[in-house]
Design a protein. Structure first.
Length: 285
């Protein structure tokens, strides 16, 4: 028993002199759009939205071309496709084009976005960025216990916390106006042994991006609905015009669920009047 106490005391002492570390990975939209740290004074303009919209989706590059990205290009494309699926659900969107990151350069700003817009034929672009911080703190005196044949084996544990945010900012390229933005946020926390720390952080990194992506799709759907209503009912904020052969009524087009409910309501109304008026026929027949 005395031997176990000495071991436990030694573990606590080792934890007490531990240290905290932090690892940050980011691809910042602020660094990309405003590399000189000065934002231009925005003038009050009403953007002209030409419907149906052709939308581009792109990740901003890391600050330096040699900085390792937290996401592979394959993972970025997969997320862009998820974001694109949200836009395709709306009748006022004609096309959605995921754009490879290599078409943007660090600090390229709006001139770079306009080049990409012309190249891919888009007038609205979704700019994705991310920020992930992983924090490891050995001061919290945490521990993990493993039961063995000879009793409990206690090892020191480190509190790992991973904060992740993926941000989608939607810009109207001709006016440089941000139409709306939608964030996806996640927090992953666990204990791990020092031996397993590297593998645990790598797993938390992936899980953090997955959860933030799920949250982003929910947030994006909400913001798209808000934007559609503003485009319909706020002429002082947006001017909406139709491209050749497009009916502007599509902006407020009823979805299938609404149409079904209206049909059910109409049927119920008809049944309610059938005894008196023989719905759909001449009364008093």
């Amino acid at each position: 028993m005395k031997r176990i106490t000495l071991i436990t005391t030694g573990i606590v002492a080792a934890l007490a002199v531990g240290c905290a570390t932090q690892r940050v990975q980011r691809a910042s939209i602020v660094d990309f759009l405003y590399p000189n740290k000065e934002r231009p004074v925005e003038t009050a303009t009403i953007p002209t939205l030409s419907l149906p919209m052709d939308v581009g989706i792109v990740f901003v590059p890391e600050k330096t071309p040699y900085q390792e990205s937290a996401l592979t290009e394959k993972e970025k494309i997969a997320l862009m496709e998820r974001v694109g699926a949200q836009f395709k659900a709306y009748p006022f969107i004609r096309s959605v084009n995921p754009i490879p990151t290599q078409y943007l350069r660090p600090g390229g700003g709006f001139p770079n976005l306009e080049e990409v817009g012309t190249m891919f034929g888009v007038d609205v672009i979704v700019v994705l960025s991310y920020d992930q911080a992983q924090f490891t703190d050995q001061h919290q005196l945490a521990a993990l216990s493993y039961w063995t044949l000879v009793g409990a084996y206690v090892v020191p544990a480190e509190r790992n916390t991973t904060h992740t945010m993926i941000d989608a900012a939607v810009y109207h390229l001709p006016s440089h106006k941000m139409l709306f933005r939608a964030p996806g946020i996640s927090r992953v926390q666990r204990n791990s042994t020092p031996v397993d720390l590297v593998a645990a952080l790598r797993e938390d990194e992936h899980q953090g991006f997955t959860k933030a992506s799920d949250d982003l799709t929910i947030s994006l759907k909400q913001q798209l609905d808000v934007f559609r209503e503003k485009a319909r009912k706020a002429p002082d904020e947006y001017k909406v015009v139709a491209k050749t052969g497009y009916d502007l009524k599509a902006v407020g087009e009823l979805d299938g669920v609404t149409l079904m409910l209206l049909a059910v309501l109409a049927g119920a109304t008809c049944l309610g009047f059938r005894n008196q008026h023989s719905c759909g026929q001449q009364g008093g027949k």
